[in-house]
Design a protein around this ligand. Structure first.
Ligand SMILES: *[C@@H]1O[C@H](CO)[C@@H](O)[C@H](O)[C@H]1NC(C)=O
Ligand SMILES: *[C@@H]1O[C@H](CO)[C@@H](O)[C@H](O)[C@H]1NC(C)=O
Length: 279
C-alpha cells in the first residue's frame, strides 16, 4: 500500500489498492466521486449507504426489498452485525425523513471472492426487514442474463457519498459522475496484466479526472438504467489515468445473484463469527 496507508488507514477502508505503485505527488486524494456533481435528491433511489460506527463506509444498491448488492471487500475485517444499511438518503449526516435504516441479517460473499486480486468482488446483503418502496426508495435492475458486454466508449454513471477524509470536505449530498467504458484489454495493460475476467473498467473519456474514490466502493455503475458494475478498486490516486477505475462486472454474476435470492433464507448470523455467510 502507499505511503499514506498507515497514517491514514481509514481512507483505504473501501477502495482497495491492488498495486504498490511508486509514490506520486500528494494532493490527489479525494473523498468523493471525482469530477462529478451533486445528484438531484432521490433521483437514484436504489442507492445504499453501508455504515459502520456511524460512518459511511461503502455504497451498494437495492435489488429487492430485502436484498442489497455490494462489494465483498466492504465486509473484510468488519462484523456485519455492527453495520447498518441506509436507504432513501441524500445528505447522509442529516436525519432526513425519507431515510430508512436496516440491520444486516446476513452477508453472502461470492464463494470465489479472492481478496488478494479482488476477483469476484461481490456480495449480497440480506436486510433484517423489507424496505418500504416509494419515491425515495426503489430498486435497480441487473443486466440481462444474455446481455452482450458493454462496448468501449459506452456512457455510464457512477454515484456515491465518498468518505470522510482530512483532505476534502464531505460531499454536499450524493454525487455522480459520467464515465466511459474502457476496453478490458487496454485496462489490463494499464494495470500491468493484473486484472481477472468479470471486471469492467471506466475512464473519463476526456482530459479531466473523473471516476470514483474512497468509500464509493460497492456502489453501482449504471449504464442504460441497469447495474453493470460495482465499484471495486482504483489506484492510489483517485482519477489517475494510469490506473483506470475497476468494477466488478455484474453481468457475470446474474445467475449467482438470483440463485442466492431465490434460495431459502439463510439463518441469522452466528454469534461466534461475523465473517462468513451462513447457509
Ligand atoms: C433491524 O435492525 C435495526 C438496526 O439494528 C433495528 O433498529 C431494528 O429493530 C431491526 N428490526 C428488526 C425487525 O429486527
Ligand atoms: C491480463 O493480462 C494478463 C497478462 O497478459 C493475462 O494473464 C490475463 O489473463 C489478462 N486478464 C484479462 C481479464 O484479460
Amino acid at each position: 500500500m502507499g505511503p499514506r496507508a498507515g497514517e491514514r488507514g481509514r481512507l483505504l477502508l473501501t477502495v482497495a489498492v491492488v498495486l504498490t505503485l511508486p509514490p506520486r505527488p500528494a494532493g490527489s486524494w479525494g473523498a468523493r466521486i471525482i469530477g462529478g456533481h451533486e445528484v438531484t435528491p432521490h433521483s437514484r433511489p436504489y442507492m445504499v449507504s453501508v455504515k459502520f460506527e456511524g460512518q459511511h463506509h461503502c455504497g451498494g444498491f437495492l435489488l429487492r426489498a430485502r436484498w442489497v448488492v455490494s462489494a465483498a471487500h466492504c465486509f473484510s475485517h468488519r462484523d456485519p452485525r455492527t453495520g447498518l444499511v441506509v436507504l432513501g438518503a441524500h445528505v447522509l449526516r442529516v436525519p432526513e425523513p425519507t431515510q430508512q435504516v436496516f440491520g444486516i441479517s446476513a452477508v453472502i460473499r461470492h464463494p470465489d471472492y479472492q481478496p488478494d486480486i479482488h476477483a469476484n468482488d461481490i456480495c449480497l446483503l440480506l436486510l433484517n426487514r423489507s424496505a418500504v418502496l416509494g419515491p425515495a426508495v426503489g430498486l435497480l435492475k441487473l443486466p440481462r442474463r444474455d446481455a452482450r458486454p458493454l462496448k468501449a466508449g459506452a456512457r455510464c454513471q457512477v454515484a456515491g457519498w465518498g468518505s470522510v477524509s482530512d483532505f476534502e470536505d464531505l460531499p454536499p449530498g450524493l454525487m455522480e459522475a459520467e464515465v466511459r467504458v474502457l476496453s478490458l484489454d487496454v485496462c489490463n495493460s494499464s494495470w500491468r496484466g493484473q486484472l481477472s475476467p468479470a471486471m469492467l473498467c471506466t475512464q473519463s473519456g476526456d482530459r479531466r479526472r473523473r471516476g470514483f474514490c474512497s468509500a464509493d466502493s460497492g456502489g453501482p455503475l449504471v449504464c442504460r438504467n441497469r447495474a453493470h458494475g460495482l465499484v471495486s478498486f482504483s489506484g492510489l490516486w483517485c482519477g489517475d489515468r494510469k490506473t483506470p477505475d475497476v468494477y466488478t462486472q455484474v453481468s457475470a454474476f446474474v445467475s449467482w445473484i438470483w440463485d442466492v435470492v431465490r434460495r431459502p433464507r439463510p439463518s441469522p448470523l452466528p454469534r461466534t463469527t461475523g465473517s462468513a455467510a451462513t447457509r
